[in-house]
Design a binder for this molecule. Structure first.
Ligand code: CAA
Length: 262
């Protein structure tokens, strides 16, 4: 693990907690932080002892308040802005497609790039004071790190348009009602709850977790018939693992399974 300037990391039994840390600017995503996050993903991908990832923001006020607006005036051409969006999108896609569950522990504002980052997680755990929104329209721009795409897929076309067009912030409770947030916890409990959930997921069969993720992701991009066929083939792959033997035998022997990811 590297010594990052804007990311703190903490490891426990099977999980790593990454805390994005630029508290003076509400953890806004500048180039440096995005590069470090890319390095963190490299490290997570090759570190077998990390089975679950938690991402949160430093401080009590914000998860991430968006891309760093102070860097925007350096952009002089549409093509430069397009490249910026593509770089961010490719990093966020890597996070979304990690072969390990990613819990986004949203501890405050998740705006613009922050909401877009949260939507790349598998599970969004939100503190009661969390706020979600895509306020780019107020800057005269549109979301660029996947907001129009993932929000529409998460909450439906018209609600996504409403949120992106008004720039309105929604509460954790409203985000949960829309299906964006899976669980809300009191702010002081957020990290404890995230670690507990991570610990629970770290005990599951890693290959099964990986195949569940792939089956849902790939299935959503195709018609139902093709998706069901994909599920059947991943079901087949999950049967062909040592962890299946272990899981089934443990059930029959009335003991807890010990999964190895094989
Ligand atoms: N970029 C850079 N700096 C930011 C920032 C951002 N996204 N968000 C907050 N900050 C800075 C503020 O400028 C302020 O700095 P100073 O103390 O030096 O003035 C500091 O963080 C604290 O913020 P506020 O004083 O504004 O705090 P507040 O409690 O009054 O308001 C807020 C909080 C509502 C989140 C407000 O800061 C805000 O609206 N931030 C911008 C949110 C935004 O527009 N995000 C989208 C960015 S564009 C984007 O993300 C594009 C994309 O899709 C890739």
């Amino acid at each position: 693990m590297s010594n990052w300037k804007h990311i703190r990391s903490d490891q426990g039994e099977g999980w790593v907690l990454l805390t994005l840390s630029r508290p003076k600017v509400l953890n806004a995503l500048n180039r440096e932080l995005l590069e470090e996050l890319n390095e963190a993903v490299d490290w997570i991908e090759k570190t077998d002892s990390v089975r679950v990832v938690i991402i949160t923001g430093s401080g009590e006020k914000a998860f991430v308040a968006g891309a760093d607006i102070s860097e925007f005036n350096e952009i002089k051409a549409a093509s430069q802005a397009e490249q910026m969006a593509l770089r961010g999108q490719s990093l966020f896609r890597r996070i979304e497609n990690l072969h390990k569950p990613v819990i986004m522990a949203v501890n405050g504002y998740a705006l613009g790039g922050g909401c877009e980052l949260a939507m790349c997680g598998d599970i969004i755990l939100a503190a009661e004071n969390a706020r979600f929104g895509q306020p780019e329209v107020n800057l005269g721009i549109i979301p660029g790190y996947g907001g129009t795409q993932r929000l529409a897929r998460a909450v439906g076309k018209n609600m996504a348009k409403y949120l992106c067009m008004t720039g309105e912030m929604i509460t954790a409770a409203e985000a949960q009602r829309l299906g964006l947030v899976q669980k809300i916890v009191p702010a002081p409990e957020l990290i404890k709850e995230a670690k507990q959930l991570a610990g629970q997921l770290a005990q599951k069969a890693p290959l099964a977790i990986q195949l569940i993720k792939k089956s849902i992701h790939n299935g959503l991009d195709v018609d139902l018939g093709t998706g069901l066929q994909l599920e059947a083939s991943y079901f087949g792959l999950s049967f062909n693992t040592e962890d299946r033997t272990e899981g089934v035998n443990a059930f029959l022997e009335k003991r807890a399974p010990r999964f190895k990811g094989k």
